[in-house]
Design a binder for this molecule. Structure first.
Ligand code: SF4
Ligand code: SF4
Length: 61
């Protein structure tokens, strides 16, 4: 995968499921918003698979 991962804020309900499956702690909750640190992310795509709302999307750099 070439792009970066981004959370679609209009789909995400901040359930926290993605945070718990990220081995490298690249997903952080801040002020009721989920953010992905693409410097840390190893693109395992666990978060994409577990999100019940398909809120995590790939975005071109
Ligand atoms: S799993 Fe999906 S809906 Fe839940 S916090 Fe993560 S991005 Fe948001
Ligand atoms: S793809 Fe993997 S490493 Fe990257 S944010 Fe999602 S769970 Fe974490």
């Amino acid at each position: 995968m070439e792009g970066v991962l981004k959370v679609n804020k209009s789909l995400c309900d901040v359930c926290g499921t993605c945070v718990s499956v990220c081995y490298v702690s690249a997903i952080v909750v801040k002020e009721f918003e989920i953010n992905i640190d693409n410097e840390k992310c190893i693109k395992c795509l666990n978060c994409v698979k577990v999100c019940p709302f398909e809120a995590i999307e790939e975005e071109e750099k």
